[in-house]
Design a protein around this ligand. Structure first.
Ligand code: ADP
Ligand code: MG
Length: 273
């Protein structure tokens, strides 16, 4: 199949204010198993949206459909639309690499390239997405991204050391820096602090709040305090009695925690299941 090529914007594109991501009626199957049923959610530019809910209700799957990452699973199929500033990332002719460049992902387990230097880890995404950066601009880009990820001061004197030599929290911040280097509009984070200690967790939470000024953030977390601390709005997912996952309630975080309208949300945020 030939795909229309959409030219990549230059890497010098200024850091913006993020873009609004809108999922419309997303259904997802693994083979015959339907795991999401017509899920719609708007994730506004400049905000942090937290996806919460019990294990197995489809949060990670939903997150992956937001940048076509679910396509890595051969049995996965999808219905619905995902609009990035109004353009459907699934529309015919849309390039997969372009969707993934604009919508970055950070995983639960920090996954820097362990043998690659800290410096090369930051710039690795540029090659993968086919973007050229002048050698003379690279140093500035690396410093900028590591600074935004809150890691610059700790690693500036050892940029040639392997990424795998860093602590877990530092590795996760390196992964954030790597995501930022390709100038994404949206950053998807799947339980980014679950493998980290409380101090590293706090630092990543601070980074998330700061990044929200320029990148739209969607974070899956099972930590209710974290959702309350970092997010502007929350969506509560549930998959009841073998039914596919869906959103029970969503809204501003203060309302979701302070005054939930659905009793199941209240039970969940207050830790009753
Ligand atoms: P959560 O992140 O909320 O814990 P997931 O999105 O990981 O939930 O899983 C939702 C459902 O999809 C579960 O029933 C899970 O078993 C199923 N699932 C997830 N990934 C796969 C996969 N790669 N192949 C088959 N089923 C999967
Ligand atoms: Mg998950």
């Amino acid at each position: 199949m030939t795909e229309t090529t959409i030219p990549l914007p230059p890497i010098t594109e200024d850091a913006g204010t993020g873009a609004t991501l809108e999922a419309r009626r997303i259904s997802c199957w693994f083979g015959d198993h339907k795991v999401l049923e017509r899920v719609s959610l708007t994730m506004p530019a400049g905000q942090v949206t937290a996806l919460i809910g019990p294990s197995g209700c489809g949060k990670s799957t939903f997150l992956r459909t937001l940048n076509r990452m679910h396509e890595l699973v051969p049995s996965a199929s999808l219905a619905g639309e995902v609009l990035l500033d109004g353009e459907d990332i699934y529309a015919r002719g849309r390039r997969l690499t372009e969707a993934r460049r604009r919508i970055g992902m950070v995983f639960q387990k920090p996954n820097p390239f362990p043998a690659m230097s800290i410096y090369d880890n930051v710039t690795a995404g540029l090659k993968l997405t086919g973007q050229r950066v002048r050698e003379s601009s690279k140093d500035a880009l690396v410093e900028e991204c590591l600074t935004k990820a809150g890691l610059w001061k700790e690693v500036r004197a050892r940029l040639r050391q392997p990424g795998g030599a860093l602590s877990g929290g530092q590795q996760q911040r390196l992964c954030i820096a790597r995501s930022l280097a390709v100038r994404p509009k949206v950053l998807l984070m799947d339980e980014p602090c679950s493998a980290l200690d409380p101090t590293s967790t706090r630092r990543i939470e601070e980074t998330i709040r700061e990044l929200a000024h320029e990148v739209t953030i969607v974070i899956v977390t099972h930590n209710m305090q974290q959702a309350a601390r970092v997010s502007d709005q929350c969506a509560f997912f549930l998959a009841e009695q073998g039914t596919p996952g869906g959103i029970v309630e969503h809204g501003p975080t203060t309302a979701m925690f302070g005054n939930p309208t659905d009793p199941r949300t209240a039970d969940y945020v207050e830790g009753r299941f």
